[in-house]
Design a protein around this ligand. Structure first.
Ligand SMILES: Cc1cc2nc3c(=O)[nH]c(=O)nc-3n(C[C@H](O)[C@H](O)[C@H](O)COP(=O)(O)OP(=O)(O)OC[C@H]3O[C@@H](n4cnc5c(N)ncnc54)[C@H](O)[C@@H]3O)c2cc1C
Length: 500
């Protein structure tokens, strides 16, 4: 049995942020995550560090939080944030009245803007639709959610916290009506572990109500699904937003070698069973094409989808629900922290740990806005071309990942999952989507004695199934040809059988 002060359930940005804040304030904790870090909405998001421009007209409170946190994260998380800058573009037919409200609201909230002529905007982003009527710059950035979670967890791990990934909480232990612990099942072995703590924090996002129910409570949520598409290269170096009320497919974010476009907003049920509908891919691609015409012809390498953990609202459209967050005291030893954004994860963690500190009578102030994330020195930064020290032993050509990087990731966490290597190195996240590097990484895991040949085949099959789930909704044109090539590598050359 593990004994601790605070049990955190959920290893997304919120849970990892809470773990770091607790470490810096000296509170012992244990974080449990059923997958790897960022397996939920955090890893399925757009990767936009909002300036607040997106919300400024309809949700100025959330916009204020975003611009404050944007400035903080640029400072403390330099290896996760690419300061691309962002642009809201107005296309023919987009309302001028909305544009005026946008500029006025940005001014009120403190988001710096500059109005650009089409010529100036096209100088900055040559791929833009030449028909744009104007553009307004904002301090949007691109942010890597995986790195962000790893680095927050790094502090906790090195500061004495227990971090258990691939451990699913399956029951809450109660004594006299009070939550005193959890039972967690280890994914690979199905072994059940008991963890006892004084406070339980439910930071499971879209799974929040499921966990609350295990403790006999309930949290009011409106789940909203959003899907995204990934282009095979970087079509813009700045974040591009459409200057209109938030709608489908109106944000494009550059992310290392590729671009992410999205999203949709549809009511969601069980977050474990959502899938991308090919209709969503059509909608997003056609909207993105209006801002950057090359989106209509570029190869889409993958699609993905996530569920926004929004607070309950009667609004029919998920976009009308506030992006603010709430902490709920269930008065049974458990707190839930819900809503918010990736961009505001640090603030959410700060407020949650303030509440915990009050419960414990702890008087240490929050330091996370001032101290840069620990462990950043070990990471390569932007741009991608600076990543490799030598051209030898490249395992993933798309993302320039070396054998040393892969070995380091495997050895540092002792993993048996390809996804864990991906999240730590970006292996397989580029244009070929792991077509050429996955089996090499598995070979290295085998060389290092982490998996047996039989196990590695099973892992590869599972990985290919998951990979195909993301690619299937975008299978046409060049991507269909690419997929046929990958299929012939795995089925024709490596003789992989489809999973039973
Ligand atoms: C499509 C989409 C695009 C978005 N784009 C942006 C964006 O560009 N910028 C931005 O700021 N925000 C964005 N958001 C919002 C943002 O992603 C979320 O608000 C934020 O990531 C939520 O983080 P979280 O840690 O609270 O939840 P999650 O990231 O969902 O983490 C919850 C974790 O709990 C784990 N879990 C669940 N059940 C259990 C259990 N029983 N035991 C153990 N672990 C469990 C899950 O595996 C998961 O990892 C987007 C959201 C979506 C869906």
């Amino acid at each position: 049995m593990i004994k601790t002060d605070v049990i955190i359930i959920g290893g997304g940005a919120t849970g990892c942020g809470i773990a770091r804040d607790l470490t810096l304030r000296g509170a012992h904790h244990c974080l449990l995550e059923k997958g790897d870090f960022a397996s939920g909405a955090t890893g399925a998001c757009h990767g936009l560090l909002h300036s607040g421009g997106r919300y400024v007209v309809n949700d100025p409170g959330a916009a204020r939080e975003c611009i404050r946190e944007n400035a903080i994260l640029r400072k403390i998380a330099q290896k996760c944030v690419e300061p691309t800058g962002g642009m809201f573009v107005r296309l023919p037919g987009d309302s001028k009245m909305f544009r005026d409200r946008f500029l006025k609201s940005c001014d009120e909230v403190g988001i710096s803007t500059e109005v650009l002529s089409p010529t100036r905007a096209l100088d900055l982003v040559p791929g833009l639709n030449p028909a744009i009527e104007e553009a307004i710059t904002v301090p949007d950035c691109s942010i890597d959610p995986f790195r962000l979670c790893m680095l927050n967890a790094y502090t906790s791990r090195h500061g004495g916290g227990e971090i258990l990934t691939h451990h699913e909480v399956v029951a809450i232990v109660k004594e006299k009506g009070v939550c005193v612990g959890v039972l967690a099942r280890e994914r690979l072995t199905s072994q059940i572990k008991e963890i006892r703590g004084r406070i339980i924090v439910n930071a499971t996002g879209a799974w929040g109500d499921k966990i609350a129910q295990l403790s006999g409570s309930h949290v009011p949520m409106s789940l909203s699904k959003g899907s995204l598409i990934i282009s095979n290269h970087r079509l813009t170096n700045m974040v591009i937003n459409r200057l209109r009320p938030p709608s489908d497919g109106d944000i494009i974010v550059p992310n290392e070698a590729v671009c992410l476009a999205g999203t949709t907003s549809l009511p969601a049920g069980d977050p474990d069973t959502i899938e991308v509908d090919p209709v969503e891919v059509d909608i997003i691609a056609s909207q993105a094409e209006q801002m950057i015409p090359a989106f209509g012809s570029t190869r889409l390498i993958r699609t993905y989808t996530g569920v926004r953990p929004l607070l309950k609202s009667d609004a029919a459209d998920g976009r009308a629900i506030s992006r603010g967050f709430r902490i709920i005291n269930h008065h049974n030893g458990m707190f839930s922290i819900l809503g918010g954004k990736l961009s505001t994860y640090r603030l959410m963690a700060e407020k949650m740990v303030d509440v915990i500190s009050d419960e414990f009578g702890l008087k240490v102030a929050c330091k996370t806005a001032d101290i840069p994330l620990e462990g950043q020195d070990e990471l390569s930064g932007y741009p991608l071309s600076k990543r490799l020290k030598t051209m030898e032993d490249i395992i993933c050509e798309c993302e320039l990942i070396s054998r040393g990087d892969v070995e380091h990731a495997i050895n540092s966490i002792g993993t048996q999952y390809i996804g864990d290597i991906q999240h730590r190195t970006r292996l397989g996240m580029g244009p070929c989507q792991g077509g050429f590097c996955t089996y090499r990484a598995l070979g290295i895991m085998q060389d290092l004695g982490r998996v047996s040949p039989d196990e590695s085949l099973k892992i590869l099959q599972q990985f290919l199934q998951r990979r195909f789930k993301g690619i299937r909704p975008a299978l046409w044109g060049d991507q269909l040809k690419e997929e046929q090539l990958v299929e012939s590598i795995y089925l024709g050359i490596l003789n992989m059988e489809p999973q039973e």
